[in-house]
Design a protein around this ligand. Sequence first.
Ligand code: GUN
Length: 300
Amino acid sequence: MTAKIISGTEVAKEIRAELKIRVDKCKAKGVTPGLVIIRVGDDPASVSYVTGKEQAAEEIGVWSETFVLPETATEGDLLAKVEEMNKAEHVHGILVQLPVPKHINADKVLDLIDPAKDVDGFHPINVGKMLIGDPYFMPCTPYGAVELMIRSGNAPAGKHVVICGRSNIVGKPLMAMLVQKNARGNATITVVHTGTPNMAEYTRQADILVACMGVPEIIKADMVKEGAVVIDVGVNRVGMKPSKKDPNKMVADLRGDVEFGPVSEKASAITPVPGGVGPMTITILMQNTVVAAERHAGVA
Ligand code: GUN
Protein backbone atom coordinates (compact mmCIF):
# COMPACT_ATOMS: atom_id res chain seq x y z
CA MET A 1 0.00 0.00 0.00
CA THR A 2 1.26 3.49 -0.79
CA ALA A 3 -0.02 6.10 1.61
CA LYS A 4 -2.08 9.10 0.65
CA ILE A 5 -0.26 12.26 1.72
CA ILE A 6 -2.23 14.36 4.21
CA SER A 7 -1.18 17.92 3.36
CA GLY A 8 -1.23 20.22 6.35
CA THR A 9 -0.30 23.05 4.01
CA GLU A 10 -3.53 22.54 2.03
CA VAL A 11 -5.79 22.12 5.09
CA ALA A 12 -4.16 25.13 6.75
CA LYS A 13 -4.87 27.21 3.64
CA GLU A 14 -8.54 26.22 3.84
CA ILE A 15 -8.79 27.22 7.53
CA ARG A 16 -6.90 30.48 7.00
CA ALA A 17 -9.41 31.47 4.30
CA GLU A 18 -12.22 30.85 6.82
CA LEU A 19 -10.35 32.85 9.47
CA LYS A 20 -9.86 35.85 7.16
CA ILE A 21 -13.64 36.24 6.97
CA ARG A 22 -13.92 36.07 10.78
CA VAL A 23 -11.14 38.66 11.16
CA ASP A 24 -13.04 41.02 8.86
CA LYS A 25 -16.18 40.60 10.98
CA CYS A 26 -14.20 41.57 14.11
CA LYS A 27 -12.76 44.58 12.30
CA ALA A 28 -16.26 45.64 11.28
CA LYS A 29 -17.05 45.74 15.01
CA GLY A 30 -13.98 47.93 15.58
CA VAL A 31 -11.79 45.13 16.99
CA THR A 32 -8.59 44.11 15.18
CA PRO A 33 -7.45 40.72 16.54
CA GLY A 34 -4.07 41.29 18.20
CA LEU A 35 -1.34 38.77 19.08
CA VAL A 36 1.81 39.44 21.07
CA ILE A 37 4.71 37.02 20.82
CA ILE A 38 7.49 37.13 23.37
CA ARG A 39 10.76 35.39 22.57
CA VAL A 40 13.77 35.22 24.88
CA GLY A 41 17.16 34.66 23.24
CA ASP A 42 17.98 33.61 19.70
CA ASP A 43 17.45 29.85 19.53
CA PRO A 44 17.36 29.26 15.73
CA ALA A 45 14.30 26.96 15.86
CA SER A 46 12.39 29.52 17.95
CA VAL A 47 13.37 32.36 15.59
CA SER A 48 12.05 30.34 12.67
CA TYR A 49 8.78 29.37 14.45
CA VAL A 50 8.14 32.98 15.46
CA THR A 51 8.73 34.19 11.89
CA GLY A 52 6.15 31.67 10.67
CA LYS A 53 3.63 32.93 13.23
CA GLU A 54 4.22 36.58 12.25
CA GLN A 55 3.73 35.73 8.56
CA ALA A 56 0.50 33.81 9.22
CA ALA A 57 -0.87 36.72 11.27
CA GLU A 58 -0.13 39.15 8.47
CA GLU A 59 -1.72 36.81 5.90
CA ILE A 60 -5.08 36.70 7.66
CA GLY A 61 -5.14 40.29 8.88
CA VAL A 62 -4.27 39.72 12.56
CA TRP A 63 -2.15 42.47 14.07
CA SER A 64 0.97 41.08 15.75
CA GLU A 65 3.98 42.38 17.62
CA THR A 66 7.03 40.39 18.70
CA PHE A 67 9.10 41.37 21.72
CA VAL A 68 12.59 39.88 21.78
CA LEU A 69 14.28 39.80 25.17
CA PRO A 70 18.00 39.05 25.38
CA GLU A 71 19.17 35.59 26.50
CA THR A 72 20.36 37.31 29.70
CA ALA A 73 16.88 38.70 30.56
CA THR A 74 15.78 37.79 34.08
CA GLU A 75 12.65 35.93 35.05
CA GLY A 76 11.43 39.25 36.46
CA ASP A 77 11.93 40.96 33.09
CA LEU A 78 9.81 38.34 31.35
CA LEU A 79 7.12 38.36 34.05
CA ALA A 80 6.93 42.16 33.80
CA LYS A 81 6.42 41.99 30.02
CA VAL A 82 3.66 39.38 30.42
CA GLU A 83 1.96 41.51 33.06
CA GLU A 84 2.12 44.56 30.78
CA MET A 85 0.51 42.56 27.92
CA ASN A 86 -2.16 41.15 30.24
CA LYS A 87 -3.25 44.74 30.86
CA ALA A 88 -3.04 45.93 27.22
CA GLU A 89 -6.58 46.34 25.86
CA HIS A 90 -5.60 45.83 22.18
CA VAL A 91 -3.84 42.52 22.86
CA HIS A 92 -6.14 39.50 22.67
CA GLY A 93 -3.53 36.75 22.61
CA ILE A 94 -0.17 36.34 24.35
CA LEU A 95 2.38 33.69 23.44
CA VAL A 96 5.72 33.13 25.14
CA GLN A 97 7.81 31.05 22.75
CA LEU A 98 9.20 27.97 24.46
CA PRO A 99 11.74 26.91 25.48
CA VAL A 100 12.86 29.86 27.62
CA PRO A 101 16.45 29.92 28.95
CA LYS A 102 17.12 27.55 31.88
CA HIS A 103 17.40 30.32 34.50
CA ILE A 104 13.73 31.20 33.90
CA ASN A 105 10.95 29.05 35.37
CA ALA A 106 8.64 28.49 32.39
CA ASP A 107 5.73 27.31 34.57
CA LYS A 108 5.80 30.54 36.55
CA VAL A 109 5.63 32.54 33.31
CA LEU A 110 2.80 30.46 31.81
CA ASP A 111 0.85 30.72 35.06
CA LEU A 112 0.97 34.52 34.87
CA ILE A 113 -0.57 34.78 31.38
CA ASP A 114 -4.23 35.84 31.65
CA PRO A 115 -6.17 32.63 30.84
CA ALA A 116 -8.47 34.74 28.61
CA LYS A 117 -5.41 35.65 26.47
CA ASP A 118 -3.72 32.25 26.67
CA VAL A 119 -3.88 31.37 22.96
CA ASP A 120 -1.29 28.60 23.49
CA GLY A 121 -3.70 26.86 25.90
CA PHE A 122 -0.89 26.13 28.37
CA HIS A 123 -2.30 27.87 31.47
CA PRO A 124 -3.28 25.31 34.15
CA ILE A 125 -6.86 26.65 34.13
CA ASN A 126 -7.15 26.03 30.40
CA VAL A 127 -5.48 22.62 30.70
CA GLY A 128 -7.95 21.70 33.45
CA LYS A 129 -10.95 22.97 31.46
CA MET A 130 -9.86 20.92 28.47
CA LEU A 131 -9.52 17.80 30.60
CA ILE A 132 -13.02 18.08 32.05
CA GLY A 133 -14.52 18.64 28.60
CA ASP A 134 -15.26 22.35 28.94
CA PRO A 135 -12.47 23.80 26.77
CA TYR A 136 -11.66 27.50 26.60
CA PHE A 137 -8.37 27.48 24.63
CA MET A 138 -6.69 24.23 23.60
CA PRO A 139 -2.99 23.77 22.68
CA CYS A 140 -2.33 24.43 19.00
CA THR A 141 -0.28 21.42 17.89
CA PRO A 142 -2.54 18.64 19.19
CA TYR A 143 -5.63 20.63 18.15
CA GLY A 144 -4.11 20.97 14.68
CA ALA A 145 -3.36 17.23 14.57
CA VAL A 146 -7.01 16.41 15.41
CA GLU A 147 -8.27 18.92 12.82
CA LEU A 148 -6.00 17.30 10.22
CA MET A 149 -7.41 13.84 11.05
CA ILE A 150 -10.98 15.08 10.74
CA ARG A 151 -10.58 17.20 7.60
CA SER A 152 -8.67 14.40 5.81
CA GLY A 153 -11.52 11.95 6.46
CA ASN A 154 -9.74 10.08 9.26
CA ALA A 155 -11.81 11.09 12.29
CA PRO A 156 -10.56 9.43 15.47
CA ALA A 157 -14.00 8.38 16.80
CA GLY A 158 -14.15 4.63 17.37
CA LYS A 159 -10.49 4.19 16.41
CA HIS A 160 -7.55 3.00 18.46
CA VAL A 161 -5.14 5.95 18.59
CA VAL A 162 -1.65 5.25 19.87
CA ILE A 163 0.18 8.40 20.95
CA CYS A 164 3.97 8.09 21.15
CA GLY A 165 5.08 10.81 23.56
CA ARG A 166 3.76 12.43 26.73
CA SER A 167 4.86 16.07 26.58
CA ASN A 168 2.70 18.83 28.05
CA ILE A 169 2.69 20.51 24.62
CA VAL A 170 1.52 17.56 22.49
CA GLY A 171 1.10 14.04 23.93
CA LYS A 172 -0.84 14.80 27.13
CA PRO A 173 -3.23 17.40 25.65
CA LEU A 174 -3.86 15.17 22.61
CA MET A 175 -4.82 12.37 24.99
CA ALA A 176 -7.20 14.77 26.80
CA MET A 177 -8.83 15.88 23.53
CA LEU A 178 -9.31 12.42 22.06
CA VAL A 179 -10.77 10.88 25.21
CA GLN A 180 -13.71 13.33 25.27
CA LYS A 181 -17.19 12.08 24.58
CA ASN A 182 -17.80 14.29 21.55
CA ALA A 183 -17.57 14.24 17.75
CA ARG A 184 -13.89 15.25 17.76
CA GLY A 185 -12.94 12.59 20.33
CA ASN A 186 -14.50 9.27 21.23
CA ALA A 187 -11.27 7.39 20.49
CA THR A 188 -9.66 4.55 22.41
CA ILE A 189 -6.25 5.81 23.43
CA THR A 190 -2.93 4.27 24.33
CA VAL A 191 -0.01 6.50 25.29
CA VAL A 192 3.50 5.08 24.99
CA HIS A 193 6.65 6.86 26.07
CA THR A 194 10.30 6.42 27.04
CA GLY A 195 9.21 4.33 30.03
CA THR A 196 7.29 1.82 27.85
CA PRO A 197 9.07 -1.50 27.32
CA ASN A 198 8.52 -2.87 23.80
CA MET A 199 6.78 0.19 22.38
CA ALA A 200 6.30 -1.54 18.99
CA GLU A 201 3.91 -4.05 20.55
CA TYR A 202 1.50 -1.14 21.11
CA THR A 203 2.22 0.95 18.01
CA ARG A 204 1.42 -2.06 15.79
CA GLN A 205 -2.12 -2.03 17.20
CA ALA A 206 -2.78 1.57 16.16
CA ASP A 207 -5.46 2.51 13.65
CA ILE A 208 -4.07 6.03 14.00
CA LEU A 209 -0.46 6.40 15.11
CA VAL A 210 0.70 9.79 16.38
CA ALA A 211 4.46 10.28 16.70
CA CYS A 212 5.41 13.09 19.08
CA MET A 213 8.58 11.97 20.85
CA GLY A 214 11.03 14.45 19.33
CA VAL A 215 13.38 11.70 18.17
CA PRO A 216 14.23 11.70 14.45
CA GLU A 217 12.77 8.72 12.54
CA ILE A 218 12.17 6.60 15.64
CA ILE A 219 9.00 5.08 14.10
CA LYS A 220 10.06 2.38 11.61
CA ALA A 221 7.85 0.47 9.18
CA ASP A 222 7.83 -2.70 11.33
CA MET A 223 6.17 -0.67 14.12
CA VAL A 224 3.19 0.26 11.94
CA LYS A 225 0.09 -1.78 11.07
CA GLU A 226 -0.72 -2.17 7.37
CA GLY A 227 -3.24 0.55 6.44
CA ALA A 228 -2.73 2.69 9.57
CA VAL A 229 -3.02 6.48 9.47
CA VAL A 230 0.25 8.07 10.60
CA ILE A 231 0.43 11.60 12.00
CA ASP A 232 4.00 12.80 12.41
CA VAL A 233 4.33 15.69 14.85
CA GLY A 234 8.15 15.57 14.99
CA VAL A 235 10.20 18.49 13.74
CA ASN A 236 13.83 17.51 14.21
CA ARG A 237 16.72 19.55 12.84
CA VAL A 238 19.31 17.03 11.69
CA GLY A 239 21.65 19.48 9.93
CA MET A 240 21.64 22.07 7.18
CA LYS A 241 20.99 21.76 3.45
CA PRO A 242 20.76 24.18 0.49
CA SER A 243 17.37 25.88 0.17
CA LYS A 244 15.11 24.67 -2.67
CA LYS A 245 14.14 28.27 -3.47
CA ASP A 246 17.69 29.63 -3.36
CA PRO A 247 20.46 26.96 -3.52
CA ASN A 248 23.02 29.52 -2.29
CA LYS A 249 21.15 29.74 1.02
CA MET A 250 21.42 27.05 3.71
CA VAL A 251 18.27 26.02 5.60
CA ALA A 252 17.61 23.47 8.36
CA ASP A 253 17.27 19.86 7.20
CA LEU A 254 14.07 18.70 8.93
CA ARG A 255 13.07 15.14 9.78
CA GLY A 256 9.96 13.88 11.46
CA ASP A 257 9.71 11.21 14.14
CA VAL A 258 8.66 8.76 11.41
CA GLU A 259 10.91 7.10 8.83
CA PHE A 260 8.80 8.52 6.04
CA GLY A 261 9.82 6.42 3.00
CA PRO A 262 9.34 2.87 4.36
CA VAL A 263 6.35 3.83 6.57
CA SER A 264 4.54 5.48 3.65
CA GLU A 265 4.69 2.11 1.83
CA LYS A 266 2.65 0.57 4.63
CA ALA A 267 0.32 3.30 5.93
CA SER A 268 -2.94 4.27 4.22
CA ALA A 269 -2.34 7.97 4.92
CA ILE A 270 0.59 9.93 6.36
CA THR A 271 1.56 13.53 7.11
CA PRO A 272 4.85 14.78 5.64
CA VAL A 273 7.55 16.80 7.45
CA PRO A 274 7.61 19.63 6.63
CA GLY A 275 4.11 20.47 5.37
CA GLY A 276 2.10 18.26 7.74
CA VAL A 277 1.27 19.20 11.33
CA GLY A 278 3.60 22.26 11.33
CA PRO A 279 1.39 24.60 9.26
CA MET A 280 -1.61 23.43 11.31
CA THR A 281 -0.01 24.51 14.62
CA ILE A 282 0.43 28.05 13.36
CA THR A 283 -3.05 28.14 11.86
CA ILE A 284 -4.70 27.02 15.10
CA LEU A 285 -2.75 29.69 16.94
CA MET A 286 -4.37 32.18 14.57
CA GLN A 287 -7.76 30.55 15.19
CA ASN A 288 -7.33 30.86 18.95
CA THR A 289 -6.35 34.51 18.53
CA VAL A 290 -9.43 35.17 16.40
CA VAL A 291 -11.62 33.41 18.99
CA ALA A 292 -10.12 35.61 21.74
CA ALA A 293 -10.87 38.72 19.69
CA GLU A 294 -14.40 37.50 18.87
CA ARG A 295 -15.09 37.08 22.58
CA HIS A 296 -13.77 40.60 23.14
CA ALA A 297 -15.88 42.02 20.30
CA GLY A 298 -18.99 40.06 21.24
CA VAL A 299 -19.01 38.38 17.82
CA ALA A 300 -20.41 34.88 18.03
N1 GUN B 1 7.65 25.67 21.30
C1 GUN B 1 7.36 24.54 20.59
N2 GUN B 1 6.04 24.44 20.39
C2 GUN B 1 5.46 25.51 20.97
C3 GUN B 1 4.12 25.96 21.08
O1 GUN B 1 3.16 25.33 20.60
N3 GUN B 1 3.95 27.12 21.75
C4 GUN B 1 4.99 27.81 22.29
N4 GUN B 1 4.72 28.94 22.93
N5 GUN B 1 6.23 27.43 22.21
C5 GUN B 1 6.48 26.28 21.54
